[in-house]
Write a protein that binds this ligand. Structure first.
Ligand code: AMP
Length: 396
């Protein structure tokens, strides 16, 4: 995969596929602009080389092919303008491949930036449509992919568009290069002990990643909703907790493989339980063996936090993906917050992957203490699974 530094871009028209899919609150305020800030390096590099820059990103999930102001990139454009602090112009087009975009592309001066409207306003984006990709490609001489978070998707702006650029005219941006190299290095050559902390809702979404991690790590710590499938597989009564009954055998197989390889496997020893999934429900802290029949486990308990802290104490490399509980609800967020603090406190190389996990680290105020917070959740999992991501394949 070539980097933007390896190709000639001076004075050219450059199309940069970014990932500006940032979280917003109910008032449309951007709550975390890390993805926008992470894209600045590549954009500035192009501006400094007198490029005319066309930026494109998806944002949320508008109904395919339909304009919906809720998913407009207007707030992103404003934030980008504030962060870039450039004297050149930043325009936002009102469409993706329509008349407005064409007119604005034609009038760009060196150093100007045009942000296209949400790529998903066009059905061709998710369909990886060749005609749509051709239109996008016509805006530029050079294609740069800096959207690591979208690289696991075979979409037009990630995949089909690359057909229109030869190897001297397409490359990865700085963010993408950094993310891929970082994960690759850690997975291929970790400093040991290497610990994986895995949480989140379901085993199914992370099954292949877990199977792969077992081959590489020295310890695995499991928390979050997925822990209950493992606990049930070991014969525990888990009440109404989240469980995937069809994966009990898989869970047993993973624990068996871990044992065979000498990988230490940690599950929660106590849990925070509630009769219902609600902010106002009563809670109890109980040993994992004592979950009442009609109650559900929604966070790990304090004894588990202490156990997990001891387990990561000597770690030299930690990969963390998935919260320890329903961190969105205050009452069930302590396990995830503690995990974040404990990981941040170690001297290990710490890699946080996944939107929710990055959000936990952010809320816990630990982002600056982590070695690397990946902007791509699904994409980083697929790298761990050792899949060839479409966005990377297309640049090779
Ligand atoms: P994932 O997308 O698989 O990483 O899962 C993240 C989600 O898992 C978050 O929204 C959490 O609220 C949820 N989660 C974590 N622990 C639990 C639990 N014990 N029960 C239900 N959901 C959980």
């Amino acid at each position: 995969m070539r980097s933007i530094k390896d190709i000639e871009i001076e004075d050219k028209r450059v199309f940069i596929r970014c990932d500006f899919n940032v979280p917003q609150d109910e008032f449309d305020n951007i709550t975390d602009d890390r993805r926008i800030r992470s894209a600045l390096q590549t954009i500035r590099y192009c501006i400094d080389r007198n490029c005319k820059v066309v930026l494109a990103s998806h944002f949320g999930r508008p109904k395919s092919g339909e304009f919906d102001p809720k998913y407009s990139l207007a707030t992103v454009a404003k934030r980008l303008d504030t962060l870039l602090k450039i004297k050149n112009k930043l325009y936002l087009s009102t469409d993706v491949v329509g008349e407005d975009t064409k007119a604005k592309v034609a009038s760009l001066e060196a150093g100007d930036i045009l942000l296209l409207e949400n790529l998903r306003y066009e059905a061709g984006e998710t369909a990886n449509d060749a005609e749509f990709a051709k239109e996008l490609a016509s805006y530029a001489d050079v294609y740069i992919n800096d959207a690591f978070g979208a690289c696991h998707r075979k979409h037009a702006s990630i995949y089909a568009i690359t057909e229109h650029f030869d190897t001297d005219h397409k490359a990865a941006g700085f963010l993408m290069t950094k993310e891929v190299n970082f994960f690759q290095k850690v997975i291929d050559n970790p400093v040991r002990p290497f610990v994986a902390v895995v949480g989140g809702s379901k085993v199914s979404g992370k099954l292949q990643a877990l199977v792969n991690l077992i081959q590489k790590v020295d310890k695995v710590i499991i928390g979050g909703g997925m822990a209950f499938t493992f606990l049930k597989a070991q014969g525990y009564e888990i009440g109404n907790s989240l469980v995937e009954d069809d994966l009990l055998d898989e869970a047993r197989a993973i624990m068996y493989k871990a044992k065979k390889r000498g990988v230490k496997f940690y599950l929660p020893v106590d849990v925070v339980v509630a009769p219902e999934f609600s902010e106002n429900s009563i809670t109890k802290y109980l040993p994992a063996q004592e979950i009442p029949e009609d109650w559900m486990g929604l966070d790990i308990g304090p004894a588990s936090s202490r156990l997990f802290r001891s387990a990561i104490n000597d770690a030299q490399t930690i990969i963390w993906n998935g919260p320890m509980g329903v961190y969105e609800i205050d009452k069930f967020s302590k396990g995830s917050m503690k995990m974040s603090h404990d990981i941040a406190d170690t001297h290990a190389t710490t890699i946080v992957g996944g939107g929710d996990t990055a959000d936990v680290a952010q809320r816990a105020g630990d982002v600056d203490e982590m070695t690397f917070v990946s902007t791509g959740g699904g994409a980083s999992l697929e790298l761990i699974e050792e899949k060839l991501l479409p966005g990377i394949e297309a640049l090779k």
